[in-house]
Design a protein around this ligand. Structure first.
Ligand SMILES: [Zn+2]
Length: 684
């Protein structure tokens, strides 16, 4: 399901109930009180670039490993989680096979199947020969649409369907159709005038040609040019990201017959039949949701006018690409040369065991997660973390009650929504059942194919059933957090709830500026430019008065203009509209976390530690959690295709709107990122 999943983490501290007094007297992971002060670059004025001030010395010496596109705070947590997942896999391998549970056997067999590159190489293209012949034999557009609709093959398509919560009634599942089918990370890659991207376009065409040649097809360059041209046409008519994140514009309910009338050139019946979706539900004609409505007729016309042989090539090359990791080394390397090196700038691929750990997490993340939490996440941690998140919710409560720009009627509803947030911590209450998944030690391609079908069928069988809101969108070993405003919930997987994001040995101000800001970030998504359109039940349903909406929009616009002005790479600006939800959440999360910290001081002045005031330590911690050094290629991809601003501007963009930050660091007119008080944007 698509949902609304927001990368970035959480957990916090508030009030005297959660005290660090019980902490063991061991030093925090960073510095002597939680911040690595050796990283601070005193030659940079905080008001000129706060990110560089906090992290400058670290940035000068940090080296990005050749197999990563970045290094920094979050990346080190990911590396730790990978190590732990590998330890778990190794412990399964160390046990006698017949002493493992059924689920553990599947984990071990899948792990071993992926690791056994010798066997994979020896089999060559044998395991996909049948599918390649099937693709070569597609004779009609209907058959092409059937191939695209098959859940087991992993083939992209101009139209994809997904089963998830209905945006207007999150207690029901709904089929939604989306635009898609591009091999590059974003439509802008196909036509944006940028020398870096022009190089990537050439590299992409060369990559497609090499794949054609590797599967033994003639005239590979000609085929590659035709597939590229097809994708270019699709990119031209598809919606840009900033429109695609608009919850109202992308909610277009219709019956199946209406969908067919909207874009009659596409064989819709073949597409949905391949996935087992019926045009009718037990209650009558099935209502389906079309996301990028105006693009659909145009994409269908492109589908109809493109020669069949080009579609066969498109399906074949993307089928091979989406399975490259499970094919002989030459295919894996070719795929990495483009998607890893050309697009991301990584010189080396991650070690195969590390990738294997990710595969287990992607395919059987609940089974792996069960082992992960048993070893690395005690239930006491879950209870404590839950309490911490609740304390941030309390700070929001106090804040909403005193907001000057919100009218009493809207304020009541905002509080109601806040009080009905579901908080998920660590791991799910019910684990997913993998008993129907068949994993074979000697059939990796088959394992992945069966998993895709298994995953799809799970959604398919419950399409007309009530939604199970106890489910998670991320697995426990995942270093991330998310907000899902369809279910009015926030979730923090186990792997994010640990140092250096949250360190019980650190000073209070540091935990509030670190993980506290992150929890505040996730909660505030429920009130960002899109989240605020959803009510306490998670339904897309406006609950704001026009006056409140207008006051909010004024702030949104001003914030968007600030981010539009940031230029992470020469000539490449942040898209303020595309990153709006995240920028609001950073702004709001930091403001709320500071309030929570002040409340926790209980009226007493904050101590000075290491020569820094409480507020200074709070902001230093915030700058530290976003510490990162990123390759230019990866940074370009992030600016173009991510809803998150680059780390440097998450720090700069959030702090410069806070009056307390100016006071803490003596930021004055003339400093590069100084904003006059009337231009600072405050939401909460
Ligand atoms: Zn976010």
């Amino acid at each position: 399901m698509r949902g609304y999943v927001i990368p970035i983490l959480g957990l916090a501290l508030w009030g005297s109930a959660i005290s660090f007094a019980n902490a063991q007297p061991s030093p925090p992971q960073f510095g002597s009180w939680g911040v690595d002060t050796a990283a601070i670059d005193d030659s940079v004025r905080p008001g000129d670039n706060f990110f560089l001030y906090v992290n400058g010395k670290w940035l000068k010496t940090a080296v990005i490993p050749s197999d990563r596109s970045l290094i920094g705070t979050l990346q080190s947590l990911r590396i730790l989680s990978e190590q732990r997942m590998n330890e778990l896999a190794a412990s399964l391998d160390a046990k006698p096979y017949d002493q493992l549970s059924g689920e553990e056997k599947k984990l071990r067999d899948l792990y071993d199947a992926f690791l056994d590159q010798r066997q994979i190489n020896a089999r060559g293209l044998g395991p996909i020969k049948k599918t390649l012949n099937y693709i070569a034999g597609l004779k009609t557009r209907r058959e092409v649409a059937t191939a695209m609709g098959r859940p087991d093959l992993g083939i992209p398509s101009p139209f994809s369907d997904a089963i998830g919560s209905d945006v207007k009634d999150s207690s029901k599942y709904q089929v939604t159709f989306f635009q898609g089918g591009l091999g590059l990370p974003d439509r802008e890659y196909y036509f944006k005038d940028d020398p870096g991207l022009a190089k990537m376009r050439d590299a992409y065409k060369a990559h497609l040609a090499r794949v054609f040649s590797m599967i033994g097809l003639s005239s590979p360059e000609k085929r590659a040019a035709a597939v590229y041209d097809l994708e270019h046409q699709m990119a031209e008519v598809e919606w840009p990201r900033e429109e695609d994140r608009d919850a109202d514009k992308t909610y277009n309910p219709m019956t199946f017959n209406e969908l067919k009338a909207l874009a009659p050139e596409f064989p819709w019946t073949a597409l949905i039949a391949a996935g087992g979706i019926t045009p009718n539900s037990p209650a009558g004609p099935r209502i389906m949701i079309v996301a990028e409505k105006s693009a659909f007729p145009k994409l269908a016309k492109i589908f109809a006018r493109t020669p069949l042989h080009v579609w066969r090539d498109y399906v074949a090359v993307h089928y091979v690409d989406s399975n490259a990791a499970y094919l002989p080394e030459a295919f894996d390397k070719e795929n990495f040369a483009f998607y890893g090196t050309a697009l991301q700038g990584n010189a080396a691929q991650l070690p195969r065991p590390t990738r294997d750990a990710h595969l287990l997490n992607d395919l059987m993340g609940d089974a792996l997660g069960k082992l992960y939490v048993a070893r690395y996440f005690p239930s006491s941690a879950k209870a404590k973390a839950k309490e911490l998140v609740n304390n941030l919710l309390k700070a929001y409560d106090a804040d909403i009650r005193t907001l000057a720009w919100m009218t009493p009627a809207t304020r009541e509803k905002a509080l109601y929504k806040l009080h009905h947030f579901t908080v998920k911590i660590g791991y799910p209450d019910h684990w997913r059942d993998y008993s129907k998944l068949v994993i074979k030690r000697n059939d990796l391609i088959g394992d992945v194919r069966r998993w895709r079908q298994f995953d799809w069928d799970r959604n398919l069988v419950r399409i007309d059933q009530p939604v199970d809101k106890s489910e998670w969108n991320e697995t426990p070993p995942t270093v991330d957090a998310y907000d899902n405003f369809l279910w009015n919930e926030i979730a923090f997987p186990a792997a994010i709830l640990q140092p250096p994001l949250f360190d019980p040995q650190s000073d209070n101000a540091v935990n509030y500026g670190g993980i506290g800001a992150v929890i505040g970030h996730e909660i505030s998504h429920g009130f960002d430019d899109q989240g605020s359109k959803y009510d306490a039940t998670g339904a897309l349903n406006n609950w704001w008065t026009p006056a409140d909406r207008a006051a909010f929009e004024t702030r949104v616009k001003a914030l968007g203009e600030q981010y539009d002005s940031y230029e992470p790479l020469p000539g490449l600006h942040i898209n303020g509209a595309n990153t709006m939800g995240e920028n609001i959440a950073d702004n709001a999360g930091l403001a709320i976390a500071l309030k929570a910290y002040h409340i926790a001081l209980n009226g007493k002045p904050a101590p000075v530690i290491g020569g820094f005031t409480g507020d200074q330590r709070f902001y230093l911690a915030f700058g530290q959690i976003w510490r990162a050094k990123v390759r230019d290629q990866a940074l370009r991809q992030q600016v173009i295709s991510s809803e998150h601003s680059p780390q440097q501007f998450r720090v700069i963009g959030a702090t410069r709107n806070q009056d307390e930050w100016y006071a803490a660091f003596g930021v004055k007119p003339g400093d590069k990122y100084y904003l006059p008080p009337e231009q600072r944007v405050h939401f909460w």
